[in-house]
Design a protein around this ligand. Structure first.
Ligand code: SAH
Length: 220
């Protein structure tokens, strides 16, 4: 996987990507695979052209349709939490958005399944991920509250929008020992890791976060 991406962007990480990875390391990201993926991922292609000069800042940015590309620190933090117990065979991502988080996950595991409710965002993300030769990603235009049961169960699930409560379908689609990384809340949100142990779910709170909402219902 890495080799494909590297060859597509000139055989090495970019200077901007490397600087961003260094910044995130200074802010407490320790996983070297995650830092390497950040260094190699061309974030500028995932932001609107007019904001390209801010692409390697450690900030969230608007991507249209009222949505945002997540802050690099939180992308790295959630990725690192997701693989802390070992590399999962596959990852389910809810909220494809720009596809930037997807590009990081695709460098960390064999296969990424990503669900997005806004068709136009999904379509753009798909094109961008192909353009950098990441082909180990399957996408679904669907409601993330339902997960993607036919592809599960998953050792790792990441949700990149805030849910008012933890979606039951996602808990059910975890393998025994699997982990779900999810921001939960409304105005105030907290990032949680939920680990499945048989029919029990062990919850750990990580830190306060700010995400767009995981919208219930209709697709766009
Ligand atoms: N990881 C993305 C974050 C995008 S913002 C990035 O860094 O670009 C969150 C995304 O979740 C938005 O694209 C939004 O459309 C999507 N989303 C919100 N509710 C959803 C739902 N119920 N099902 C699927 N996707 C949803």
């Amino acid at each position: 996987m890495n080799a494909r991406l590297i060859s597509s962007i000139g055989g090495k990480s970019s200077r901007s990507g490397e600087l961003l990875a260094q910044k995130l390391k200074a802010e407490g990201i320790v996983n070297t695979q995650v830092l390497q993926a950040i260094a190699r991922s061309p974030r500028h292609i995932f932001v609107p052209e007019i904001l390209a000069h801010k692409a390697y800042d450690n900030t969230a940015l608007p991507i249209g349709q009222g949505q945002t590309i997540s802050q690099p620190y939180i992308v790295a933090k959630m990725s690192e939490l997701l693989i802390a117990d070992g590399i999962p065979d596959s990852i389910l991502e809810i909220g494809t958005g720009s596809g930037y988080q997807t590009s990081i996950l695709a460098q960390l595991t064999e296969k990424v399944f990503s669900v997005e409710r806004i068709k136009s965002l999904q379509w753009q993300a798909k094109r961008k991920l192909r353009s950098i030769d990441l082909h180990n990603i399957a996408m679904k235009h669907g409601d993330g509250w339902q997960g993607w049961s036919s592809k599960g169960p998953f050792q790792a699930i990441i949700v990149t929008a805030a849910a008012v409560s933890v979606p039951q379908a996602l808990l059910e689609q975890l393998t025994d020992g699997g982990r779900l990384v999810i921001p939960v809340g409304g105005q105030t949100q907290i990032l949680k890791i939920i680990t499945r142990a048989g029919n029990e779910y062990i919850e750990k709170q990580i830190e306060a976060v700010k995400f767009v909402p995981l919208v219930p219902g209709d697709l766009l």
